[in-house]
Design a protein around this ligand. Structure first.
Ligand code: FMN
Length: 196
């Protein structure tokens, strides 16, 4: 009763949404990914920065190059998911800030002139955007399988450049057979929330 979102949408996004470990053969289209991005791009970030970059790994050759950087246990699902996305953070996101924050274009030089500050901000806000993306995948009726069990330095060298920090790899598709591990418990409200 306290939530504005209807119960079916709550289930789709959270209660019944699971992290998939196997996938059906049904393809995931560029149109689906565009619809997901066009929804989740509205998720908030600091200074409205947009550091998230999404690399769709579509060709069999690129998939093979990706799989070899994944941890052993992540390889079969990364090899067989209908679509795999590499999510990274652009450390030079500040170049776009004047356009993205037109009422405060000075933010670019006031706050983000130094690279270490930008990197920290890109990782925090890129990770937020990655989380919005995962929920967006669920909103499209698909399952996501995010993974950080991988060789980050190898992945960066293979697919990105020095200005892009890899955040995670996400398998995307309709779930296949035996797609989930048993649901693990979550911390309860009282264990997480304090009021001061
Ligand atoms: C950032 C991130 C990294 C993860 N890395 C891996 C991974 O490398 N391998 C794996 O099998 N699962 C990985 N997972 C999946 C989590 O274990 C899973 O989402 C979590 O246990 C919740 O599962 P549920 O959605 O089925 O309840 C990762 C999840 C996230 C969000």
């Amino acid at each position: 009763m306290s939530l504005a979102l209807d119960a079916a949408a709550q289930d789709l996004l959270f209660r019944e949404a699971r992290t998939a470990n196997t996938f059906s053969d049904e393809p995931v289209t560029d149109e689906q990914i565009q619809a997901i991005y066009d929804l989740v791009k509205y998720g908030p970030t600091a200074f409205n920065q947009t550091p998230l970059r999404i690399t769709l790994v579509r060709s069999p050759e690129a998939r093979e190059r990706l799989v070899k950087h994944m941890a052993e246990g992540n390889r079969p699902k990364t090899a067989t998911a209908p679509l795999v996305a590499i999510l990274s953070a652009d450390n030079e996101f500040h170049e776009e800030l004047p356009a993205l924050l037109p009422h405060f274009p000075q933010a670019k030089d006031m706050f983000f002139a130094e690279r270490p500050v930008r990197e920290q901000s890109a990782i925090l806000n890129g990770a937020l955007q990655a989380a919005y993306f995962i929920v967006g995948v669920r909103a499209a009726g698909l399952a996501a399988g995010p993974m950080t069990g991988l060789d980050f330095a190898g992945l960066q060298k293979e697919f990105l450049d020095a200005d892009h920090t890899p955040l995670m790899v996400v398998n995307i598709g309709k779930p296949g057979e035996d797609a989930w591990f048993p649901r693990s418990p979550r911390l309860a409200y009282d264990e997480v929330v304090t009021t001061v």
